[in-house]
Design a protein around this ligand. Structure first.
Ligand code: ADP
Ligand code: MG
Length: 325
């Protein structure tokens, strides 16, 4: 602790009761109650103002999203998230902003039973870095490298709504206020598929979460598995709004290469098809089979008319595109 205002800020906004932790915020390090015999899964994700979100973004939604994008990585490993740290750079100690940010962060933490166990607070341009830790049984983590030829390829939820909302906010695509309302929560309040990750843990061969667009992220999985795939545009899970416009190349681009979906893409042997198809009813969101893993390297996309699509932009490239401040 360097100063008492910093201590007050951390105590007021970031210190809450814990569930899986012997010693939480306040000492030099936290002490975690790790379940004996389990492996620790660890990941970090950073959100920078002007790159990942608008600097005037609603702090409550930002708090939710900062944790949610990390939980999505746990989901993609088939791990049970338990602990998070938060390193945050703030231009000023704005109490109203901090209250709203922490309310959003803890709404997400409580929903998924995650303890905030430490972090760092510093003055600087607004940036948020969350590290997440979770547990998975040894040998049971869903890696990118496990896909097998003949596997079905599955995707959770719907794709492209976050990219559509972003395009509308940036006035690159016209939506009515009502239409924007129907897709904006995908951008601002993604739902990490933690329960799905835990349920497919025993049934899937490989998984990745879609944060940079389906083509890019499925591409990573295929590369890690040294396989290829054939997927069908007509089988991609999309919202009703997207469905109405799916013949437009711009919309197809959002569905295939838009960022920020935070859905899971996983592969599983055909013998588990029936059981996986039933998960949608259990979980209350679609779980859709979009194609198959192939021995031929590369990713083939079949158009709505079954012709082969020429795929150019594979995803959202952080070094070429940024959200304008
Ligand atoms: P140190 O100087 O030892 O790094 P700090 O004053 O930075 O200690 O932090 C004091 C305590 O508050 C530590 O337990 C640290 O993990 C926690 N902490 C600091 N910032 C945050 C934050 N933004 N969110 C959660 N915990 C925090
Ligand atoms: Mg510190």
């Amino acid at each position: 602790m360097t100063s008492s205002p910093e201590f007050d800020l951390i105590a007021r906004h970031f210190t809450r009761a814990t569930r899986h932790t012997t010693l939480g915020i306040g000492d030099d390090a936290a002490l975690l109650d790790i379940t004996p015999g389990m492996q620790l899964a660890v990941s970090a994700d950073m959100l920078v103002a002007g790159t990942h979100f608008f600097p005037d973004a609603d702090p409550r939604l930002l708090g939710w999203k900062s944790l949610a994008v990390n939980l999505s990585d746990m989901a993609a490993m088939g791990a049970l998230p338990k602990w998070a740290t938060l390193a945050i750079a703030l231009p000023a100690a704005d109490q109203a902003w901090l209250s709203a940010f922490s309310a959003g962060l803890f709404a997400c933490a409580n929903r998924y039973q995650v303890d905030l166990i430490g972090g760092d607070t510093t003055r600087g341009p607004l940036a948020i870095s969350v590290q997440i830790m979770g547990e998975v049984a040894p040998g049971k983590a869903l890696k990118r490298s496990g896909a097998k030829v003949g596997d079905d390829i599955w995707v959770s939820g719907t794709l492209g709504n976050a990219a559509l909302a972003l395009a509308a906010l940036q006035q690159r695509y016209a939506l009515s206020a009502e239409e924007l309302e129907s897709c904006i929560s995908a951008l601002h309040q993604p739902t990490p598929r933690v329960e799905l990750g835990l349920l497919i843990n025993m049934m899937a061969h490989s998984a990745i979460d879609i944060s940079d667009g389906l083509l890019a992220d499925l591409g990573h999985l295929l590369k890690a598995s040294a396989t290829g795939a054939e997927i069908h545009l007509g089988r991609l899970p999309i919202s009703r709004l997207m469905h109405q416009r799916m013949t437009e190349p711009a919309v197809q681009q959002m569905v295939l290469a838009g960022g920020d979906d935070y859905e899971l893409c996983f592969t599983a042997p055909a013998r588990n098809h029936g059981e996986i198809a039933k998960l949608a009813g259990l979980l209350g969101f679609p779980v859709s089979c979009i194609g198959q893993v192939t021995a031929t390297p590369g990713l083939t996309v079949r158009n709505l008319d079954q012709s082969i699509m020429q795929v150019s932009q594979h995803g959202y490239d952080h070094f070429n595109q940024a959200i304008p401040a």
